[in-house]
Write a protein that binds this ligand. Structure first.
Ligand code: NAD
Length: 467
């Protein structure tokens, strides 16, 4: 039997790679993880989920204090001022704590961190910083990076045309921020800077925000973000951005073609999607080809076509979400260890962490119909949920989609201040094959936002109580 340095080596220490490496080590495998960044945790912990949530939380507190929500409850704050440097320092602290935590977990589980970029020499060997490492199994978990917009140059250091990394590190509140792309990143980071005082314009190519979410949710998202003061230019494409001094001029035109116009801004955020990180991996050295979307294809076990080479997370098809990558990391480690690792890709929740939050799991109404399901839909507005109403959070609703014949829940979509937390119960119910009746007859604590899920499930049978 061949002699290897490691049983398994993960390339990339984002949620797919670091979680997979820990699980592999737990399963008794000699494990290494290659990561070039100074800190572990990948995009999620360093320049994605975590820092954005720190700024979302901070900016929400600022808006509550400055915007009068606290005053409504008789809390007098005096003049509220923003110390952006402090808010940014708090964000950096959150990132430092969590990335350091992964380093601790690697040590605890005896996962070796090999620092540098890995390039395949053959299917069982990678070279990192001039040194070769062999492993019986190698997992590609290199994640993704920002998709560039042709003709638009991002310069995060200057802070005028930025991507999500730059938008997390601005040292000033822009006067006018134009966000290119009305997806998750655009709306989360657009919300941060709007709350802190920027005028925000979102330019979206499609006729609705939040592609991939249920149609009713997308329609309501446009209404809510407009009400919050964002300007939305839907069905509009950006054809160019030029920068002179501290001013950017965007040229936009209707997506379907038509007269061009210009918009001036002192900050432009390019957020039109992400693409898999495969450059420099030396995939040609192992004969691994990409699909038409630049992704690595795997089978259900996350094995690629090359023996001993596996892939998980944003480099393979599916939603580019940290929790999907984590679950795939665990599954691939278990498969390599000879156990059975499975991810149910039909039940991957998605959340937009604005206020209110937008969340969903399973099929949208449109996808359910397209798949040929005869469906029943139950809806319940947050306005009629006692807790949300009392908290002054009237926006949003819960929508449960069930198969008309079997009553099995096919999907659920929601807008609520706590939607990101609420959606977990539907995901779990769906994993157990729940019907809408199962959810409707599950006792939910009162008063909670989650009761809206129970009521929406009751509405599937036409029998909600509080509306
Ligand atoms: P996205 O795919 O969510 O949205 C990009 C948007 O840009 C789309 O609506 C698209 O129609 C639009 N667009 C594309 N080209 C355009 C153009 N030329 N002009 C105007 N609009 C254009 O991508 P994102 O927001 O950049 O996020 C990237 C990835 O990161 C996503 O896969 C997302 O799931 C993930 N992410 C997730 C979270 C979360 O789960 N909360 C947060 C941040 C990022």
């Amino acid at each position: 039997m061949a002699d290897y340095d490691y049983d398994v080596l993960f390339i990339g220490a984002g949620p797919g790679g670091y979680v997979g490496a820990i699980r592999a080590a737990q399963a008794g495998l000699k494990t290494a993880c290659v990561e070039a960044r100074e800190t572990l945790g990948g995009t999620c912990l360093n320049v994605g989920c975590i820092p954005s949530k720190a700024l979302l939380h901070g900016s929400e507190l600022f808006e509550e204090a400055a915007g009068g929500t606290l005053a409504k409850y008789g809390i007098k704050t005096g003049k509220v001022e923003l110390d952006l440097a402090k808010m940014q320092a708090e964000k950096d602290d959150a990132v430092k704590g969590l990335t350091g935590g992964i380093e601790y977990l690697f040590k605890k589980n005896k996962v070796d961190w090999i620092k540098g970029y890995a390039t395949f020499k053959d299917a069982g060997t990678v070279e990192v910083a001039g040194k070769a490492y062999t492993a019986r199994d190698i997992v590609i978990a290199t994640g993704s990076s920002v998709t560039p917009l042709p003709g638009v140059e991002v310069d995060n250091d200057k802070g005028i045309v930025v991507d999500s990394t730059g938008a997390l590190a601005l040292d000033r509140v822009p006067n006018h921020l134009v966000v290119i792309g009305g997806g998750v990143i655009g709306l989360e980071l657009g919300s941060v800077w709007r709350r802190l005082g920027a005028k925000v314009t979102v330019v979206e190519f499609l006729d609705q925000l939040l592609p991939g979410m249920d149609g009713d949710i997308r329609k309501e998202a446009a209404r809510i973000f407009k009400k919050q003061g964002m300007a939305l230019k839907l069905s509009t494409k950006v054809t160019g951005v030029s920068v002179k001094g501290k001013t950017a001029t965007l040229t936009v035109e209707p997506s379907a073609g038509g007269a061009a116009e210009t918009i001036e801004a002192d900050c432009v955020l390019v957020a039109i999607g992400r693409r898999p990180n495969v450059t420099g991996l030396g995939l040609e050295n192992i004969g691994l080809e990409l699909n038409g979307r630049g992704q690595i294809e795997t089978d259900h076990d996350f094995a690629t076509k090359v023996d001993g080479v596996w892939a998980v997370g944003d480099v393979i098809p599916g939603p580019m979400l940290a929790h999907k990558a984590e679950d795939e990391g665990i599954a691939v480690a278990e498969n390599i260890a000879g156990l059975t690792g499975i991810v149910n890709h039909a039940v991957i929740p998605g959340v937009v962490y604005t206020m209110p939050e937008f969340a969903g799991v399973g099929l949208t109404e449109e996808a359910a119909r397209e798949a040929g399901h005869e469906i029943k839909v139950g809806k319940f507005p947050m306005m009629a949920n006692s807790r949300a109403k009392t908290n002054g959070e009237p926006d949003g609703f819960v929508k449960v989609i069930a198969d008309a014949k079997t009553d099995r829940v096919l999907g659920a979509w929601m807008i609520a201040s706590l939607a990101g937390t609420m959606v977990a119960q539907v995901a779990q119910a769906m994993e157990f094959g729940a019907t809408s009746e199962d959810i409707a007859y599950t006792c939910h604590a009162h008063p909670t936002h989650s009761e809206a899920i129970k009521e929406a499930a009751m509405a599937v049978q036409g029998k909600p109580i509080h509306i």
